[in-house]
Design a protein around this ligand. Structure first.
Ligand SMILES: NC(=O)c1ccc[n+]([C@@H]2O[C@H](COP(=O)([O-])OP(=O)(O)OC[C@H]3O[C@@H](n4cnc5c(N)ncnc54)[C@H](OP(=O)(O)O)[C@@H]3O)[C@@H](O)[C@H]2O)c1
Length: 353
């Protein structure tokens, strides 16, 4: 096993990719070389302190131990298996491989042992699922989970850098219109979203597949939560809403346990849970906020209370930085686990995808 690795970061010019580069350096991941990859548009540009951005080709992808992908599902579909065949373990941030039976879907604090079943590709969960399961895991272990009712309030950065620009642009335009008094004359033209996102809440985070009355984001929450917790019988109802927040997904989660669990027991479990920071003093206005989560790796949990409508249900409010724990941080934590477990720089146990 080598002591340091050749690492490819695919999507290195994106929001998540840039953060991954930063975290690999900050957390001193043992890399002998980190090579940034992006689209043809960015090939040849320089990322300070890292190197020149390369485009993907059979020649450029040779000789890596680890490839961390954050460039969307179509790029992962085409290039993740090629990296794996060329000898790298791929950690993929996209939705492409998450539900594949041969691909472990791993949250570092929740199911690290699932890594042992990898065949060259490991998937990083969807951001809204990721933060929720970090908070649910101790409750699941103590009392089981029968049903979840989830409402999300998701930041635009979850859609990519163009959505971040769209919120900024629209916010300026709406404020300018209000100041000049011509609000009715100049409609805001949405581009990334199907409606104006500034000063609005869109009950369509993700998109609707033909014939489905849930968005793909809502389906990801259902399917990925069951896969990560290893319990297909959990009932899950989800509504995912996009809100005009730049960074930080918030979630109202109603948890119906199988066994009785008091609020005090749940709070104690959460306080002891890795990766969780309990902020729960509503009288003092202390509870998780997107503005507090931004830039942190912890999942913030508060408003922990009994659901007055069901004696085995609790309500809670879960917030995290969707670009960090929801994406880049967990991807780098998976890379660290692969290193600690001697799973990098050795042949993958049969590339199966
Ligand atoms: N944002 C989140 O909260 C979040 C959470 C979990 C997972 N993810 C996943 O992470 C991925 C990226 O998200 P993001 O927010 O970082 O998006 P982003 O800011 O829009 O960045 C996209 C990245 O992908 C690269 N790319 C696009 N087409 C490519 C191609 N054909 N070949 C190689 N690279 C290509 C882009 O390169 P150019 O700069 O050259 O265009 C850029 O580096 C997505 O799969 C997303 O689903 C995001």
């Amino acid at each position: 096993m080598p002591e340091s690795y050749r690492v490819a970061v695919v999507g290195a010019t994106g929001q998540v990719g840039r953060l991954m580069l930063e975290l690999l350096a900050q957390r001193q991941f043992p890399a002998s070389e980190i090579v940034p990859f992006a689209s043809e548009r960015s090939a040849g540009t320089m990322i300070d302190g890292v190197g020149v951005v390369r485009a993907l080709s059979d020649e450029t992808i040779a000789g890596f131990d680890l490839a961390i992908f954050s460039a969307g599902a179509s790029v992962s579909r085409e290039w993740a298996p090629r990296f794996a065949v060329a000898g790298a373990v791929v950690v993929d941030n996209s939705s492409c491989w998450r539900m594949n039976d041969d691909v472990p879907l791993v949250v570092s604090e929740v199911n690290p042992d699932a890594l042992s079943g990898h065949h060259g590709i490991v998937a990083n969960p969807n951001c809204s699922t990721m933060q929720m399961v970090v908070a649910l895991k101790p409750i699941f272990d103590a009392a089981g989970i029968e049903r979840l009712v989830i409402s999300t309030y998701q930041a635009v950065s979850g859609t990519g850098k163009q959505a971040v620009e769209e919120l900024g642009r629209q916010t300026h335009a709406v404020l300018a219109q209000r100041q000049s008094g011509d609000a009715r004359d100049a409609p805001i033209e949405p581009a990334v979203y199907r409606h104006q996102i500034a000063f609005n809440a869109l009950p369509e985070a993700g998109s609707f597949a033909a014939g489905d009355d849930h968005t793909d984001e809502e389906r990801k929450l259902m399917n990925e939560t069951r896969k990560i917790l290893g319990d297909q019988s959990i009932g899950i109802s989800a509504t995912c809403v996009r809100v005009p927040v730049f960074i930080g997904h918030s979630e109202a989660v109603n948890v119906q346990t199988r066994e009785p669990l008091s609020v005090e027991q749940a709070r104690a479990l959460l306080e002891a849970a890795p990766g969780v920071n309990v902020m729960d003093d509503p009288a003092a206005a202390e509870y998780p906020l997107a503005t507090l989560a931004e830039g942190q790796d912890d999942v913030l949990v508060g408003r922990i209370r009994r659901d007055p409508g069901h004696d085995r249900s609790l309500d809670m409010w879960i917030v995290a930085d969707n670009l960090r724990k929801g994406a880049a941080t967990n991807a780098v934590q998976i890379a660290e686990l692969l290193h600690e477990r001697g799973m990098l720089g050795v042949p993958a146990p049969g590339v199966a995808v």
